[in-house]
Write a protein that binds this ligand. Structure first.
Ligand code: NAD
Length: 317
């Protein structure tokens, strides 16, 4: 059993996940390149460190929750990264919960094994690594109700299970490295889900904007959608029109959700996967263009539902 958990990446998801671990009684040490994100933890007396390497020195287990592949590679292999030289007793379990492409997951698992051989860090046994992306948005992260899709050795999964269930309601074990095809399929499923979510958010936003231009109040249209055939997650759970639903990003100036930049990243992954198998996704590529443009227009840090406000509601204001 372990006590000391290092958590890296205190953004919209990670900040809640780390808090849930603390509430469950783990001794958590945190790091983020954003000083403001760290301050919220240091103000509460939670130890913060200036680099991933320093976190690794005081942790048995490391969890990373970072935006994309390049950030994960940087945190593992960059200067003062987790696998940097000079660390004393390294962690024996690494869990990456970021949504990244399968090649990155494979690379860091090879790097962890290599680093152990080279450094012979304190532990007799080889450190283990789990790939554990999540499903569920910020509300699920806050409520500790995420679903983890876990790839790696069964021994590592068993060791990590109670830790994962402190942040989630479900952990689905998908097999070890030999089963990388299954993990690949799950990642592909996540990318397909997010592509459909992007397209449905655009459809709902466009229809609401048309409705408003035709004189229908957004709340009326929401009531109609939600008992009609247009009902979907973007209309009944994550409505993009400010004021229609409480506790969603649209009602707090589109802050604190799934950023447009991350949506553009996932659409990029979807389009790259599609072209890899020679498949065309006309709606997906249109959605990618719209989300790229939204980021260029300065909305990269706003929740992806801000597409409603930026493209549609603002038009004739
Ligand atoms: P976020 O951008 O809000 O948070 C990422 C955090 O990582 C930020 O605080 C950032 O400062 C930090 N960071 C970036 N580079 C760093 C580095 N080199 N060292 C240390 N810290 C660094 O992102 P998020 O919404 O929390 O999402 C995290 C991951 O989870 C992404 O891969 C995303 O696709 C996935 N995800 C997000 C949601 C969601 O609804 N937000 C849902 C499911 C999965």
């Amino acid at each position: 059993a372990f006590q000391n958990v290092g958590f890296i990446g205190l953004g919209n998801m990670g900040s809640h996940m780390a808090r849930n671990l603390i509430m469950a009684g783990y001794k958590v040490t945190v790091h983020d390149i954003n000083e403001n994100a760290m301050k919220k933890f240091s103000d509460d007396g939670i130890p913060t460190k200036q680099s991933p390497l320093e976190v690794s020195e005081s942790s048995d287990v490391i969890i990373t929750m970072l935006p994309s592949s390049s950030h994960v590679l940087d945190v593992y292999n960059g200067p003062n990264g987790l696998l940097g030289t000079g660390g004393r007793l390294g962690p024996w379990l690494y869990i990456d919960s970021s949504t990244v492409d399968p090649h990155t997951s494979r690379k860091i698992s090879i790097d962890v094994a290599r680093c152990h051989l080279k450094e012979k860090r304190g532990h007799a046994k080889k450190p283990m690594i789990l790939d554990a992306p999540v499903s569920g948005g910020v509300p699920a992260a806050e409520a500790g109700k995420l679903t983890f899709m876990v790839g790696g050795s069964e021994e590592a999964y068993i060791a990590a299970k109670s830790l994962l269930l402190s942040m989630g309601k479900k952990a689905i074990y998908c097999g070890g490295n030999k089963n990388s095809i299954l993990i690949f399929v799950l990642k592909a499923a996540k990318i397909c889900n997010n592509m459909a979510m992007a397209i449905s958010m655009l459809g709902v936003s466009e229809a609401f904007a048309l409705g408003q231009n035709l004189g229908i109040k957004a709340s009326t249209l929401t009531d109609i959608f939600n008992c009609s055939s247009a009902r979907c997650w973007s209309s009944d759970t994550y409505n993009p029109v400010p004021g229609v639903m409480e506790s969603v990003p649209s009602s707090r100036n589109y802050d604190g959700g799934f950023t447009s930049k991350l949506m553009a990243k996932d659409l990029d992954l979807a389009m790259a996967s599609a072209s890899g198998v020679g498949f065309k996704c006309p709606m997906g590529s249109e959605a990618l263009e719209i989300y790229r443009k939204l980021c260029e227009d300065g909305c990269q840090s706003k929740d992806f539902s801000c597409v409603f406000h930026h493209y549609y509601a603002g038009k004739d204001e």
